[in-house]
Design a protein around this ligand. Structure first.
Ligand code: AFP
Length: 352
């Protein structure tokens, strides 16, 4: 079967946005190569496999591949004239482009290697990215320039480094899949206009946190687990990869719902996942595929960030299930104290 490639698709996009995506995709090729080489990755006796032995800005153990992936992204974006600056999960503050800070019209935000705590186990990992307009183009971007809700994204995507490397992109007109040809390093266009099915019998959640969940989530999961003996009157299946890109890609291909809700495990943190480089880009992609993305009490794309590394509750996927969960949040008998748990409140603390 003959496939067109990424360049052919980019040629039909807005040129500056296309240029940002081209550079991001090039970085993902390098990251893919390093991931696929596992323990033999690295050059000149310098392995890029294993832990660095330090914790990053998130308070998480940093992997050498986290650092390498971050460098690949920064190197690619520094060469892109459309990008004025970028922010990474790995760095506390944004980076101002060395050459294009006052001329670039866009900002990039990314998690260079999401799920990297799985890398030693050879489980799929991925890169997630978001492209925002630079609202103060002409001036060097400050941290404040990044504080935009996901609704403003002009493009988003992820690369999944699994058995095959897949790039999923949207510029606001639907979802496109590209598959990396490892021989030619070319991204081949493999699916267009992907839509997520509205119904599903598959959910993904880390049930070890069950005792910390809010009541609507307790209700939803217990009803799924009760299967055909409960109020749903049908059986459900559960999946948990602990690698968000893999979970989202499964939902893209066969439907499902993914939940990392607010919990009381660490009351200072309103969730596990990060708004700007995990939740927002994935929410944008979900909506582009006809699915839904909420915190439980509002659309994820409407959450206005207070800080770069802000965390947020995430409930995304097949619309029938997400709407049902939202219904449980608005049900007065579930007694969720919305006002106490607003997204801009005393309960939302900066990272980690
Ligand atoms: P790491 O990048 O530290 O591996 O975190 C991955 C992640 O942010 C996301 O990809 C997973 O969905 C989630 O964390 C897994 O969290 P649990 O450790 O609670 O399973």
């Amino acid at each position: 079967m003959n496939h067109t490639d990424l360049e052919a698709w980019l040629a039909a996009q807005q040129p500056a946005v296309a240029d940002v995506l081209r550079h991001l995709a090039q970085a993902c090729v390098k990251i893919s190569r390093a991931c696929s080489r596992g323990a033999i990755a690295g050059e000149g006796g310098q392995s890029t496999h294993g832990a660095v032995g330090e914790v990053n800005v998130q308070g998480e153990n940093q992997q050498k591949l986290d650092v390498y992936s971050d460098e690949c992204m920064a190197e690619a974006l520094a060469q892109c004239s459309a990008v004025a600056g970028w922010a990474s999960e790995e760095l506390e503050h944004p980076t101002v482009s060395p050459n294009h800070a006052t001329t670039g019209r866009y900002l990039a935000v990314f998690d260079p290697l999401d799920g990297s705590s799985n890398i030693d186990a050879n489980i799929s990992v991925g890169t997630i990215f978001s492209v925002l307009p630079h609202m103060f183009a002409g001036a060097e971007p400050t941290e404040a320039a990044f504080m935009q809700p996901g609704r403003r994204q002009v493009a988003a995507g992820y690369a999944l480094y699994g058995p095959a490397t897949v790039l999923v992109l949207s510029t606001g007109s639907g979802i496109e899949f590209f598959t990396l040809d490892p021989v030619s390093s070319n991204w081949l266009h493999t699916r267009s206009g992907v839509q997520i099915r509205t119904t599903t019998s598959e959910f993904a959640i880390n049930t070890s946190n069950q005792r910390f969940w809010e009541k609507p989530i307790q209700r939803y999961v217990s009803e799924c687990v009760a299967g055909d003996t409960g109020p749903r009157a049908r059986n459900f299946n559960m999946r948990w990869v602990a690698s968000m890109v893999a979970e989202v890609h499964r939902i893209m291909t066969r439907g499902g719902v993914f939940l990392y809700p607010r919990d009381t495990k660490e009351p200072r943190k309103p969730g596990r996942l990060r708004l700007m480089y995990e939740a927002s880009p994935m929410a944008y992609l979900m909506e582009q595929a006809g699915a839904k993305a909420v915190t439980g009490t509002m659309d994820l794309l409407d959450v206005v960030p207070d800080t770069l590394h802000q965390r947020v509750p995430v409930i995304i996927g097949s619309s029938d299930e997400v709407e049902r969960i939202v219904g449980y949040y608005t049900d007065p008998s579930e007694n969720v104290s919305h006002q106490l748990f607003r997204h801009r409140s005393l309960f939302v603390q900066p990272h980690p």
